[in-house]
Ligand binder design. Structure first.
Ligand code: ATP
Ligand code: MG
Ligand code: MG
Length: 552
């Protein structure tokens, strides 16, 4: 088999293995904050974290980065686990940053005792103003050199509840003139009094900041490669600094950064997605228009299609915007191989075969999937009255119109060739019924069926079909990059991102379909059964149209 070339992270990992680092041990982690549902961007990180561990005989742990109780919730913890498993990955252990609160606290005390951390009583605004710029050194806080004893006492107070939020922070004492802004006495702890933590309740009032907690958590667990997105590249020296303060052997986790996934016509910030959900602008986190894993799943994306997409975009050191067309291409590619071809008429109009016997029903054989012989065949009922798509008929058609128009022959898929003879219209001129005659000799499989006919139409038998609701989805936003737009992102929503068709006709075999089953509606697109679908009310979602906008 052809070996895929290594991405730059795999190359680092292989080099570390060659150099005998960490005795050949490989350990990664996926560290979501449980403050929202996972999105396709997280899938990119998941495939890398779990993929590296799998490929190099290592382990990947799931670590909930739960250091900010304000927005975190067990609902998110549960959904995150479900989504990772659905993508096909197994973590070795589940950890919570909150399990390390005591350890982190003890190390912070240690740092204070060494004179390397202090309690600052200035406001967040003042601290920000004193930061300086990369070329202008910052201003030292007046509290920077307070006695160690005082720091210890105040730090403990930060955790009792008597210090109001924002009144005090613990800062590492590093270098207010460092060219790296992250070294200018970064915050290590802040006070959060107003929210209980979803796991530790009211035990803690002082909570560690990301830069401190994340690297130390990696260190406590024995992570060898800590993979994160590019915006953390400038944090890496600080990540290393904290580890240097405490490490007691040669072992250290290595942070490596890669480019985030950005996709056109959507937003992937959890804050914005939460707003869409809370304000009812979508039906929930799993609305099929959302870029969440659960939204994509409900939309009909398979894990395979997501893996293929992630493989195609790859991992680099450059921020980029990926075309949503490539994601759609990946799901088509995957469903083309697996989806059963069925007949569904979204905008039905009656087609009457005038020379077909009144009560006769033909059972016609049709293949389930031309891409997969093992999928077998099934039978379709054919009778005098059928439904076809309204826009597959034109009374006065131009020359190159190959569908149904008076005087012209078309093929009815898996059935006969028919010749249109006319139509009936109501007072307003709307077509009510279309008439045609069939040719018995042209039954699919018979010699005459090879007659040259340009158009092939899908259909369902009027007496052998079911009514269904079909939800047609389009892109959630009408601009390519809503996050780069100065207008409020909610004003950029595509008003036509959902169209509901109430009276579609689908072949009877779909009566047995279960939620999330996938199909190709012939000539229309890929559809799946919605989670809300029941045998009394069938509901289908359009996963993707057949037409591929992705230029190969
Ligand atoms: P948000 O900014 O929306 O809150 P986040 O990056 O803070 O998202 P986390 O829960 O902290 O979300 O992310 C967990 C992991 O997933 C991190 O390692 C992060 O780097 C990675 N990740 C998040 N978004 C993306 C993305 N768009 N592309 C690739 N990796 C991502
Ligand atoms: Mg975040
Ligand atoms: Mg984060």
């Amino acid at each position: 088999a052809q070996k895929k070339s290594l991405n730059f992270i795999e190359a680092f990992v292989e080099q570390d293995l060659k150099d005998g680092k960490n005795d050949g041990r490989i350990q990664t982690r996926f560290p979501p904050e449980p403050n929202g549902y996972l999105h396709i961007g997280h899938a990119k990180a998941i495939c890398l974290d779990f993929g590296i561990a799998e490929n190099y005989g290592g382990a990947c742990n799931l670590r909930f980065d739960d250091t900010n109780p304000v927005k975190e919730d067990v609902e998110y913890v549960d959904s995150i686990q479900e989504d990772i498993q659905w993508l096909g990955y197994k973590w070795k252990d589940v950890y919570y940053a909150s399990d390390y609160f005591q350890q982190l606290w003890d190390l912070a005390i240690e740092l204070i005792k060494q004179g390397k951390a202090y309690v600052d009583e200035q406001s967040a605004e003042t601290i920000a103003k004193q930061k300086g710029t990369p070329t202008i050194p910052g201003t030292e806080s007046p509290y920077r050199n307070r006695p160690i004893e005082e720091n210890l006492e105040l730090f403990k107070k930060m955790n009792t509840g008597e210090v109001p939020e924002g009144a005090m922070v613990l800062r590492a004492k590093i270098d207010m003139a460092s060219p790296n802004m992250h070294f200018r006495d970064p915050l290590m702890y802040r006070v959060i009094n107003s929210h209980p933590h979803h796991r530790t309740g009211w035990t803690w009032k002082a909570y560690p900041m990301y830069d401190y907690a994340h690297g130390q958590s990696d260190y406590f667990e024995g992570v060898t490669h800590s993979l994160c997105t590019l915006e953390f590249e400038v944090h890496r020296p600080l990540y290393d600094w904290f580890i240097d303060q405490f490490k007691d052997s040669d072992y250290r986790p290595r942070q490596i950064e890669f480019n985030r996934l950005n996709i056109t016509y959507t937003v992937m910030s959890k804050r914005k997605m939460l707003q869409l959900v809370q304000e009812g602008l979508v039906s929930g986190w799993d609305d099929p228009r959302m870029p969440t894993i659960c939204g994509l799943r409900r939309r009909g994306y398979s894990p395979e299609s997501i893996h293929n997409f992630i493989d195609k975009i790859g991992y680099t050191k450059f921020e980029a915007m990926n075309d949503v067309g490539l994601l759609e291409h990946s799901v088509r590619e995957s469903l083309n191989k697996t989806a059963t071809r069925v007949n569904a008429v979204l905008d039905p109009v009656k087609l009457i075969i005038t020379n077909y016997p009144e009560d006769q029903v033909d059972m016609l054989e049709t293949v389930n999937n031309p891409e997969d012989e093992s999928a077998g065949t099934r039978t379709l009922a054919f009778s005098k009255e059928l439904y076809i798509e309204r826009d597959d008929f034109m009374e006065d058609a131009p020359k190159k119109y190959f569908r149904m128009t008076p005087g012209q022959e078309v093929r009815l898929k898996s059935a006969y060739i028919v010749k249109c003879t006319g139509c009936k219209k109501d007072a307003e001129g709307n077509v009510e019924e279309i008439y045609c005659e069939y040719d018995l000799q042209t039954k699919s499989g018979m010699p005459e069926s090879n007659r040259k006919v340009k158009g092939t139409l899908h259909w369902v038998s009027a007496a052998h079909c079911l009514s269904a609701e079909v939800r047609l989805y389009d892109r959630l936003f009408s601009v390519e990059n809503p996050s780069a737009d100065e207008r409020d992102f909610r004003d950029l929503l595509n008003p036509n991102s959902l169209r509901v068709l109430n009276d579609c006709k689908v072949e009877v075999s779909l009566g047995d379909a279960k939620p999330l089953d996938q199909f190709q509606f012939q000539r229309i697109g890929y559809f799946n059964v919605d989670l809300d679908s029941t045998s009394d009310k069938l509901i289908f979602n359009r996963t993707a149209s057949l037409k591929d906008s992705w230029a190969k």
